[in-house]
Design a protein around this ligand. Structure first.
Ligand SMILES: Cc1cc2nc3c(=O)[nH]c(=O)nc-3n(C[C@H](O)[C@H](O)[C@H](O)COP(=O)(O)O)c2cc1C
Length: 174
């Protein structure tokens, strides 16, 4: 019998939208989740935190992250989730991926956003991960209002499960 794939959901969230999605994905895929936290955790709060975040992302600054709770070597797939900031990945997620890409075996990306910027964000994540994702899922504020989010998440989960079972079949055939 095949051992089930071990899944970790890694994400950053400033105002809980991506956190909510990350929690849902971890539950649906029966995986663990790791929320990224910065050492200076109040840095992003309020209107000044918003402005600081724009400046950080535009200037491509790095974040000072707290150590992870999970060991990446224990996971077959890592889902990486970020809010879109100025059509890019948030500074904590870009920093994390630049530091850890070589420890990730396979990946899938998800993002939340007001309305646009997901394609550039996924392209940036793919570049930082040095590999193409198994699947991607972008959720906008409008998707959430119109209940399209549920459908998109279900499709994302299915795409990941399909990709994983294809990998298991390949491994079994070897
Ligand atoms: C600094 C900053 C920049 C943002 N830039 C964009 C953007 O380029 N496009 C967009 O659609 N939404 C943008 N947003 C909105 C967030 O992507 C959106 O609200 C997201 O769902 C927030 O996720 P969170 O609650 O997990 O932090 C930005 C928000 C912040 C704080």
């Amino acid at each position: 019998m095949n051992t089930p794939m071990r899944i970790l959901v890694v994400f950053y969230s400033r105002s809980e939208t991506t956190a909510e999605l990350g929690g849902r994905l971890a539950a649906e895929l029966e995986g663990d989740y790791e929320r990224l936290h910065e050492v200076e955790f109040r840095r992003r709060a309020g209107p000044f935190g918003f402005l600081r975040s724009i400046v950080d992302v535009v200037r491509q600054r790095t974040a000072h992250l707290q150590p992870m709770a999970h060991v990446l070597a224990n996971y077959d797939v890592v889902l990486i989730g970020t809010p879109v900031w100025a059509a890019r990945a948030s500074t904590p997620v870009a920093t994390w991926l630049a530091e850890h890409w070589h420890e990730v075996r396979a990946t899938a990306f998800f993002c939340t956003m007001g309305s646009r910027g997901s394609e550039q964000t996924f392209a940036q994540l793919q570049q930082l991960a040095h590999r193409a994702p198994l699947a991607t899922c972008a959720i906008s504020a409008r998707d959430m209002k119109e209940d399209i989010a549920v459908e998109k998440v279900a499709r994302f989960v299915l795409a990941i499960k399909d990709a994983l079972s294809a990998r298991e079949d390949e491994a079994a055939a070897r």
